[in-house]
Ligand binder design. Structure first.
Ligand code: LUZ
Ligand code: MOS
Length: 768
């Protein structure tokens, strides 16, 4: 089935926040944000802005009627800076004017005097100063300290990954409208309507039932709107509370890039030990997460880094420690993969470095250590593994030895172009690591004409979840898709939603939808059975016809709906689903946090131009474990998009803050994202259909985040190509591997180039 939004999307008729018709009297908001990354506010001068044409009012922290606090996990984040600013882009004041243009013009007239304080941008510096968001955490299996004695090869090193701008096509924004008796309705471009409702409740002091949050769809989220949509919603709701007027804020691209957090940069140290048979015996890793100025979701992201510290491998003795480091950058936040990719990059770096030292291909180590069913992760969960199936199928189906031979032959024949190849196995845990969040809700109404409306906690952000929800209704009821409408996500219809995140949205809300539909259908079958004087178990619905023991009756869906109604039996149901069997004990850092894992293996080949450093991704060929895919077209879209986003993170997207904490890559002229010319020339996806009873909807497996991590293979493919140019080279494990960095890695020893010793690898990375 095609994505149900494709028709209105291609005609430009889909409604995003900025397409909602604006009510008369709406005020337009714009933020004055800190120009300094850290300092004490000495004086704020609003006079010129207040007198600016069209300005109605300017809000600061003094206008807040609730509390000046929007921290989700930890209450450490002010909505408006009070006495100190902690990052460039921190909101200080909000201008409300009659037009968008007037509001932004007035912002420019605000003057601020700030006494500068020390700016920290490097997480290792923050850690050394004790600037931690939460205490460090350590996950541990076996005894890595004792295990070094049993290793034949021990390798140490460092790795660095940079941040990543979400670059959702639709920028952040919100629109608040006053209702009766102080109620405020908020349209928000958010992945988490309940998170918005909670934040607005704190800031306005209004109880949650006075706040209706409604979301039709987003033009992308990627994690950037899991928590960070709250700010803009809180700002406009506050404006409405104070002025009594509708208030809207739709961020410009540069405002959005400047004021919002990104993927967390990580700086990490590793030590890996192998025996003669290339089995990984021990692994130690320390992660320094650059959290930015406040917690946001950083502690949860840090936790997922630890969960994925060993990626797809079984390591009997592993110790992983993570520090969440407070710096003067915008608070970094959820981004597709949620810390998992950062953890995986380090273990892949450790394996690549060990392979360098041993003079072998990393794939030999990777393949020998893949997880097998029954192996234990460092957090105690036993794995049901598809890792070997994916790897072996990739090797066979794509004829890996032929691919490697083609690379070798090309490299024999070409001196100034070199190809590289890399394998990237992925193992990603599905469930929110915070067990409590693993619940979904659905509200289903069947109308007397037989049509159906369904509301869930799922946010449609382009990933196609509404299409999957519709499919659940369709197949549970046995009715035509045209009879089903998926409604907007609204906190008055569905309460206490978990954000659409963690790849779990279709799993959780799909299951809740199935539960609600099944309850209604069971009642309808009961009505039919009474009418026909049979038992309910002998009734079924298929293609809108009612069957008795497999024989078609004269009843159809519509007539049975009417009959059910006439018998005064409810045609509505609210379904609730909570993932069973998951738990995690933080006091011992052990448990069974994930309902299941998604596996896959990608083979990436690249070609570099050894004179200029530029490169192309020739192909990404992968085997992905879909379980039983609910919708192959939608899932393929998620895979292709995920790969390209992962490649962007690993190769060209370079977030640059200067020493003063100012974002230099603050527009699309200075921040390069993959375009159609930089996507792989070929992406081939081979479906691994597995039939585990994996607790997801219709035995499908989550598909949102895992494919991003296939993009890590491109980094190691480029590294392999560089080594194929000169086998003595040891390119540092510092991403992104931009063309400039490829060039410098090809010709080390030239004045501008880094050396390869472990300590210098970190200085080779941008100082973030
Ligand atoms: N969000 C969250 C996530 O709150 N918890 C998670 O475990 C998670 N995982 C992936 C993406 N978003
Ligand atoms: Mo996410 S990183 O699943 O919002």
């Amino acid at each position: 089935m095609k994505n149900i939004d494709s028709y209105t999307h291609t005609r430009g008729e889909s409604i995003y926040l900025d397409d909602i018709p604006v009510q008369a009297g709406t005020l337009y908001a714009a933020c004055f944000d800190s120009p300094v990354a850290h300092g004490k506010i000495k004086h704020l001068d609003l006079r010129a802005a207040e007198n600016s044409y069209g300005v109605v009012r300017i809000l600061t922290y003094k206008d807040i009627r609730g509390i000046n606090q929007i921290g989700g996990i930890i209450p450490d984040e002010e909505l408006f800076a009070e006495h100190h600013v902690h990052f460039c882009g921190m909101p200080v004041a909000l201008v409300l004017a009659e037009t968008d243009h007037q509001a932004r013009a007035a912002v420019k007239k605000i003057k601020i005097e700030i006494e500068p304080l020390t700016v920290i941008t490097d997480p290792r510096v923050a850690a050394a100063l004790g600037e931690l968001i939460v205490p460090p955490r350590t996950f541990k299996i076996g005894d890595s300290t004792a295990a070094w004695d049993n290793c034949d090869h021990i390798v140490e090193g460092s790795a660095y990954t940079n941040g990543q701008e979400h670059l959702y096509i639709e920028t952040q924004g919100a629109y608040a409208i006053p209702g009766e008796n102080g109620v405020i309705k908020i349209y928000s471009s958010t992945q988490g309507p309940t998170a918005v409702q909670r934040a607005v409740s704190k800031v306005t002091g209004l109880p949650m039932h006075m706040l209706e949050v409604d979301v039709t769809r987003l033009g992308g989220g990627f994690g950037g709107k899991e928590d960070q949509a709250n700010t803009w919603a809180a700002l406009v709701a506050l404006a409405t509370q104070i002025t009594g007027k509708p208030a809207k804020y739709s961020l410009g691209r540069m405002e959005d890039i400047r004021m919002t957090g990104k993927r967390h940069p990580y700086s990490s140290d590793f030590k890996i030990g192998l025996n003669k048979d290339l089995k990984i015996i021990a692994y130690e890793v320390t992660f320094y997460q650059n959290a930015g100025a406040s917690a946001d979701l950083s502690p949860a992201v840090m936790e997922r880094t630890l969960f994925h510290a060993t990626n797809s491998y079984f390591i009997p003795n592993a110790t992983a420690t993570a520090y969440s480091c407070r710096t003067n950058l915008p608070p970094n936040t959820a981004f597709r993969g949620f810390g998992g990719p950062q953890g995986m990059f380090v273990i892949e770096s450790a394996i690549a470095k060990a392979a360098d030292e041993l003079g072998i291909d990393p794939m030999e180590i990777q393949q020998k250590n893949l997880l097998k069913t029954g192996d234990e992760f460092l957090y105690g969960q036993k794995v049901v593994s598809e890792a070997n199936e994916c790897w072996n199928k990739a090797v066979e189906h794509f004829n890996a030895s032929k691919l490697r031979q083609e690379v070798a032959e090309f490299n024999m024949q070409n001196r100034l172009y070199k190809k590289g190849i890399a394998f990237m196995p992925v193992c990603f845990g599905i469930s929110f690591t915070n067990t409590m969040m693993n619940q979904g809700r659905a509200l289903v109404h069947v109308y007397t004409d037989g049509s159906v409306v369904v509301s869930t906690g799922a946010i449609e952000m382009g990933q196609g979840v509404n299409t999957k929800i519709l499919q659940v209704v369709q197949s549970t009821f046995g009715i035509d898709a045209a009879k089903i409408k998926v409604n907007s996500t609204n906190t008055y219809r569905i309460a206490n939603t978990s954000p659409s995140a963690a790849s779990a949205t279709a799993d959780l809300n799909g299951k809740a939808t199935q539960i609600a539909c099944t309850a209604i259908l069971d009642r309808m079958k009961e009505v039919a059975a009474n009418e026909l004087n049979v038992t309910a178990g002998s009734i079924s619905v298929c293609e809108e016809a009612i069957y008795l023991n497999g024989d078609r009756t004269t009843m159809d869906w519509k007539s049975l709906v009417l009959l059910t109604y006439s018998k005064r039996v409810s045609l509505s149901e609210h379904g609730h689903y909570a993932t069973p069997g998951i738990h995690f004990d933080k006091t011992i850092e052990k448990g069974h946090p994930f309902a299941y894992h998604v596996f896959g293996t990608a083979i990436t080949t690249v070609t570099i131009d050894c004179l200029r450093g530029i490169y192309e991704v020739d192909s990404v060929k992968l085997v992905h474990d879909f379980g039983g895919s609910m919708n192959k077209v939608i899932d393929l879209g998620q895979i292709e998009g995920g790969i390209v986003q992962g490649i962007g993170w690993m190769t060209m997207e370079e977030v640059v803050y200067d020493q003063e904490g100012r974002l230099r890559s603050n527009a699309l002229s200075t921040y390069k994202v993959p375009d159609i010319y930089s996507v792989p020339k070929e992406i081939v996806v081979e479906y691994l259909e597995t039939q585990q009873d994996n607790l997801a909807i219709f035995r499908s497996k989550a598909v949102g985040e895992p494919p991003l991590m296939y993009g890590i293979g491109t980094f190691f493919g480029l590294r392999n190509a560089i080594k194929n140019f000169n086998p003595g080279l040891r390119p540092p494990f510092a991403a992104p591997m931009t063309p400039e960095r490829v060039l410098m890695n090809l010709y080390p020893g030239k004045p501008t180039v880094e050396t390869t010793s472990a300590t210098l690898e970190i200085t080779a990375a941008p100082s973030i």
